[in-house]
Design a protein around this ligand. Structure first.
Ligand code: ZN
Length: 248
């Protein structure tokens, strides 16, 4: 299919115009006009580009692309190398950031929630990116942490009494630790995100609301896979997810 048609369809599917984002959503680097094979991953690192070259991909689909607001715009060093490789191999880069966090079925929050038995019944935080829902059965914080570990293959950082019973969980994948106060205000018993900041230890201890950081990469692996699978189904494309482990 044509790159610009894929971009148009995906932009409408993810309602990219609804979001104020920190980077462009859609085609960030234009490669060949026709797409049959997609490689997807969480971040457009050089290792992901190398994998795409090896697999003769026409396009790379990621959650974390390039051209972030406030970054140095010059093409130097590692950034030059990445972009030079994409251009040399005529591979397009498509990136979807906040719209891919937020999509009701294919998004990172939806896909993570599904793995943890959570469905959202309310939203909180900036641009309603935080989701909240009630666990299907009474669970202790320790049991919930074990479920996260089993599903994500990674031991989460958990601040709170593991014996405490939790029912309402707020979550937002990635670097959304800043929404912890919003989750508390929304009445959550625990808040799950990817990364942690120092002050959230104290906020958790003093509020009695548990804080869980399960990894930025680990919590954001699923949206891009769901999106790539959907696009492949819809248009008869080949897609392959490349997991490049990241401890953060
Ligand atoms: Zn992210």
């Amino acid at each position: 299919m044509l790159l610009h048609e894929l971009e148009k369809y995906t932009g409408q599917l993810l309602q990219i115009d609804r979001f104020k984002d920190y980077a462009p959503n859609g085609v960030q680097i234009e490669g060949r006009a026709t797409i049959t094979r997609i490689v997807c991953g969480v971040s457009a690192s050089e290792a992901l580009i190398d994998a795409a070259i090896e697999q003769h991909a026409d396009a790379i689909l990621v959650h974390h692309g390039y051209f972030w607001r406030g970054e140095d715009p010059r093409l130097l060093g590692a950034k030059r190398r990445r972009i030079a490789k994409l251009l040399a191999h005529n591979i397009s880069l498509l990136a979807y950031h906040l719209p891919l966090d937020a999509h009701a079925e294919l998004g990172n929050n939806a896909q993570l929630g599904r793995r943890l038995g959570l469905a959202a019944d309310s939203r909180f935080g900036e641009q309603d990116l935080g989701w909240a829902g009630t666990l299907p059965s009474e669970t202790t914080l320790g049991e919930f942490a074990q479920l996260i570990e089993a599903q994500l293959g990674r031991t989460p950082l958990v601040i709170g009494d593991p014996a405490r019973t939790i029912a309402r969980v707020g979550w937002c994948t990635g670097g959304a630790q800043g929404y912890f106060p919003d989750a508390i205000a929304a009445g959550c018993d625990a808040y799950l995100t990817g990364e942690a900041s120092e002050q959230h230890y104290h906020v958790a201890m003093e509020s009695g609301v548990a804080f869980i950081a399960a990894g930025h990469h680990a919590t954001e692996r699923y949206g891009v896979q769901a999106l790539a699978a959907h696009l492949a189904d819809q248009f008869g494309l080949t897609q392959h997810y490349v997991d490049l482990p990241n401890p953060i």
